[in-house]
Write a protein that binds this ligand. Structure first.
Ligand SMILES: Nc1ncnc2c1ncn2[C@@H]1O[C@H](COP(=O)(O)OP(=O)(O)OP(=O)(O)O)[C@@H](O)[C@H]1O
Ligand SMILES: [Mg+2]
Length: 455
């Protein structure tokens, strides 16, 4: 982080400093991560109040802390009205002080995947920070920005939201130079109500837009006409999987393999052959987005190609695991919504052998949740999938509609049954998916254990 005095922090946060001034090089919000000399900010969340950990933080030698309660310790402290807002104010100040180009990503699906691909490319060209894991909310975004130092050239920041207002807040702190709305799909409908609500919430990202910044638009999934007036002073880059009227980035020669994809990418500065270690069309789309980001920063195509190839596999997102010869497990248990489920079905139907989809519920789909699950059953019926196993109240709607489905009431029974099919079939691909709350990774773990027993 860029060093800051306590006096300056008090000024930035409209707080009052008690005790001596000090220089701070590190800000921590989790007592497990305290390092001597850091500033501890006591946040109040929905489930916790970190003010109770202040004594713990002092024992671990934090040098000072920010509080919204009047606790009188033996180290300097700053009292503010709201510690979460104070965290955002400090991060916003740090962001303004750096020369780093900040890229902000929002959208319904693929934010983390695009973030990893983009950061992998940019790291080939200069010091880069990026969102760690999926820390994309009003706390995660400021914590990411606080990593910025003067030597950083790029910051790739993921902005997530489950209700209106969240992205406006994190975008204003991030002040992005380049913005991407990766796509608009039916996700978090409980908070956004409708697809239009999703589009409006995602477009809040434009409230942090600076004049002459660049906006990247996915022509395969957008609400461009609604956004036009917000981005009229921006440079716009368009991408789509296949060539469309305005596409600046698109693909030809797409080949899907069991371990990834290859294609020719067409860009404003020529075309190049790309190999991606990721499954599915959605990752080709993500790669186009990452390439548009990099192009906007004048990264040469050759570096884009290497960066994409070097992107580490993003765990639990269509992660392909060969359990035995001819027996593939695809772990897509990180999350699920209508769009990523349809994408997963499209991936599975191109895989070899007997094809089984194992699914938990798609959560947070609001009042039409049942209809969306039935829709997946219908989509699966017109696909090449052989069998679906479901678990969870809503997922039973998928197997009720699918021609060859079986519903389970607990994971133990599901894993047992799945194991038997897995052992019996000579050539098989099993894709496991479900929303985060359904913890479908347990099914993946059981199957991996079973296969290791055999070896
Ligand atoms: N462009 C895309 N279109 C549709 N589905 C996608 C796309 N990219 C990734 N996915 C799927 O969406 C799920 C989540 O992927 P990822 O973590 O990259 O998205 P995210 O937007 O960061 O999710 P979250 O909102 O949970 O942070 C995975 O199942 C993945 O396969
Ligand atoms: Mg994410």
């Amino acid at each position: 982080m860029i060093s800051l005095s306590l006096k300056k922090i008090a000024l930035i946060t409209n707080g009052t400093l008690y005790g001596a001034d000090l220089l701070i090089n590190e800000i921590v919000i989790d007592t497990k991560k305290i390092i001597p000399g850091c500033l501890f900010i006591a946040l109040i969340g929905r489930k916790f109040d970190a003010h109770i950990f202040i004594h713990d933080a002092l024992k671990k030698k934090c040098a000072a802390f920010v509080t919204q309660k009047n606790i009188k310790p033996h180290v300097p402290y700053i009292i503010v009205e709201n510690t979460s807002i104070a965290l955002g104010q400090i991060a916003g100040w740090v962001r303004k002080k750096t020369k780093a180009k900040i890229l902000a990503i929002t959208g319904s699906c693929g934010k983390t995947s695009v973030k990893e691909m983009t950061a992998s490319i940019l790291r080939k060209n200069g010091n880069t920070i990026s969102t760690i894991d999926n820390l994309n909310n009003n706390i995660g975004v400021p914590m990411t920005l606080l990593q910025l130092k003067q030597e950083h050239k790029y910051g790739v920041i993921e902005l997530g939201a489950s209700k209106p207002g969240e992205i406006a807040y994190t975008s204003n702190i991030s002040q992005p130079d380049i913005i991407l709305i990766n796509n608009i799909h039916c996700a978090h409908l409980q908070g956004f109500k409708s697809l239009l609500g999703v589009s409006k919430a995602k477009s809040e990202i434009f409230s942090g837009l600076k004049p002459n910044s660049t906006v990247i638009i996915n022509l395969d999934s957008h609400h461009f006409s609604q956004w036009k007036k917000d981005i009229k002073n921006s440079n716009i880059l368009f991408f789509s999987i296949k060539k469309k009227k305005y596409s600046n980035f698109f693909c030809s020669n797409i080949k899907i393999h069991i371990h990834g994809t290859s294609f020719t990418m067409h860009t404003p500065c020529g075309k190049i052959n790309i190999s991606l270690p990721f499954l599915g069309y959605q990752n080709i789309s993500n790669a186009l987005a990452a390439s548009a980001f990099s192009f906007a920063l004048k990264i040469p195509l050759k570096k884009i190609k290497i960066g994409l190839l070097d992107t580490p596999i993003v765990s639990k997102r269509l992660e392909s695991i060969i359990l035995e010869p001819n027996k593939i497990l695809i772990d897509d248990t990180y999350n699920s919504n209508v769009s990523s489920m349809i994408s997963a079905i499209k991936v599975l139907e191109r895989m070899p052998g007997y094809k089984i989809l194992v699914t938990g519920d798609m959560a947070e789909l609001g009042e039409n949740s049942m209809m969306y699950h039935q829709m997946i059953g219908n989509t699966a019926n017109s696909s090449a999938i052989n069998k679906i196993f479901s678990i969870g109240d809503m997922s039973s709607e998928i197997t009720k509609i699918f021609n060859n489905g079986k519903h389970f009431l607990n994971k133990k029974k599901l894993s047992e049954y799945l194991k038997n099919v897995f052992l019996k079939k000579k050539k098989i691909t099993i894709l496991v998916k479900g929303s985060r709350s359904t913890k479908m990774e347990k099914v993946v773990e059981d199957l991996i254990k079973e296969s290791k027993k055999k070896c």
